[in-house]
Design a protein around this ligand. Sequence first.
Ligand SMILES: [Fe+2]
Ligand SMILES: [Fe+2]
Length: 169
Amino acid sequence: MATSTPREGILSDELASEREQLVGLLKQAYFMELETVMSYVANSVNPDGVRAQEVKESLDEDIQEELGHAQQFAARIKELYGVVPGSLEFTAEQTFLQPAEHQTDIVHVIKGVIAAETGAIEHYNKMVEFCDDKDLVTQDMVIAILRDEEGHRRLFEGYLREYQAEGLA
Ligand SMILES: [Fe+2]
Ligand SMILES: [Fe+2]
């Protein structure tokens, strides 16, 4: 049986329950981005050492980009008749991006960033799949954000390679 997307798409009554599920996924994405902002602010400041400089600067640049992602998710929640959640609904999950025991441990930071980006990539791929045949506007937005996260992960995988090549990671 072939199904077709209703004319009003994701804003239609027919897709009310899918819309609700999608708003749930968007809220999760929104909080993931904001937690990433917190983690990147801390890790763009904490590390010590000459070699940490590049990583700190790179994270410093990413902060605005991740914040922009959070704002895009918030706007889309609103457009889908949802309400952007308050801070009390937030639960922290990024155990891997907590400060290292020693602030010269830059490998800890690099691995934490890769884990955060991988978590985002997994969630956004799930969203892209969910949006198929339901909401191409959200899908388009998430694909663009997904590309940013893939770029971030690739950059930090490059940093990690350098340390691995030297037997330091
Ligand atoms: Fe992001
Ligand atoms: Fe990212």
